[in-house]
Write a protein that binds this ligand. Structure first.
Ligand code: NAD
Length: 283
């Protein structure tokens, strides 16, 4: 029943996340359409029966006419030009996004005068793949979807964004933008940097080390396979929170190094074992 009265959804950027959102929103019975700059993607989406266009202006004018929720699903560096177009063609729509760093996104939205009806979002779902071809209807099923609550957040838009996340199968977690960024620096952005360090350490061991590598190396380096440009943009956009998390991690590594050098290794990994147990209890 919710879907019958739910507002239409207009997705800007039909990559892994935006494409999955278009598929999931359409599957709930909502009117949903998308924009992508590349004709190949738009043709591929249309071939499967989805409503998609390469014309950003027309897509936004349609969203304004239909009172749709507009979802920005492009990488952070592309957000500025999309916001410019929204400010020009659909300044009053309910607006959300899926970008993985919330403070910088909120600042960009404010800089374009679009804060009034903006509520940030971040589905904690993804794969190491990207693009429309990797998108799936159930990417968000049972995922956590952060919907931001900051000073001035419009409760109606917040609810509309939360309803969309729930319709896509996710569990909504409200958080302030800065709080979200500090948390994802630790559990998402830091792991990318650590995976890079681990991948380099393994590769430095040459063919023998890589030939012997099994589960630990594969699991620890999995996210190092993500497109570097996307990860770099994410880390750069969350630099101050990531620096805090990196400094803490460097302190842990230094302490481990000292213990190894001194031969005092009785509790080398005890704290990590306990911290992991806390995660297991919560999961
Ligand atoms: P993707 O590479 O699969 O898709 C990006 C989309 O943006 C593509 O459709 C591309 O055509 C479009 N795009 C890129 N530059 C553009 C530009 N200048 N103008 C117009 N369109 C442009 O990436 P993705 O993984 O879907 O990431 C999209 C957003 O979702 C990012 O902001 C990312 O932070 C966020 N996100 C990603 C994940 C993940 O695990 N991949 C998870 C949650 C959120």
């Amino acid at each position: 029943l919710t879907a019958t009265f739910a507002p239409p959804v207009c997705v800007l950027g039909l990559g892994l996340i935006g494409g999955s959102l278009l598929r999931a929103a359409a599957a709930t019975g909502r009117h949903a359409w998308g924009y992508n700059r590349s004709p190949e993607v738009v043709h591929a989406a249309r071939d499967l029966g989805f409503d998609a266009s390469t014309d950003l202006t027309a897509t936004l004018e349609r969203a304004a006419d239909a009172n749709a929720i507009v979802v920005i699903a492009v990488p952070m560096p592309a957000v500025g030009s999309i916001l410019e177009a929204i400010a020009e063609h659909a300044p009053d729509v309910a607006l959300t996004d899926v970008v993985s760093v919330k403070s910088e996104m909120a600042a960009a939205v404010a800089a374009h005068g679009l804060s009034r009806r903006f509520v940030g979002g971040h589905p904690m779902a993804g794969t190491a793949e990207s693009g429309w071809a990797a998108s799936t209807v159930d990417l968000f099923r049972d995922a956590v979807w952060v919907v931001t609550v900051d000073d001035g957040t419009d409760p109606e838009v917040w609810q509309a964004v939360a309803d969309l996340a729930i319709d896509c199968g996710s569990v909504v977690v409200p958080a302030e933008s800065a709080e979200h960024d500090a948390a994802v620096a630790r559990i998402s952005h830091l792991p990318h940097v650590l995976a890079e360090a681990l991948a380099l350490a393994g590769a430095a061991g040459g063919d023998l080390a890589l030939g012997l590598a099994a589960g630990s190396f594969r699991d620890g380096t999995r996210v190092a396979a993500t497109a570097p440009a996307l990860v770099d943009a994410m880390c750069e956009a969350n630099a101050s929170a990531l620096l805090v998390a990196l400094d803490e991690t460097l302190a842990v590594l230094s302490a481990a190094r000292e213990q190894l050098a001194d031969g005092s290794t009785a509790d080398l990994t005890r704290a990590g074992f306990d911290a992991r147990a806390r995660y297991d209890q919560q999961a």
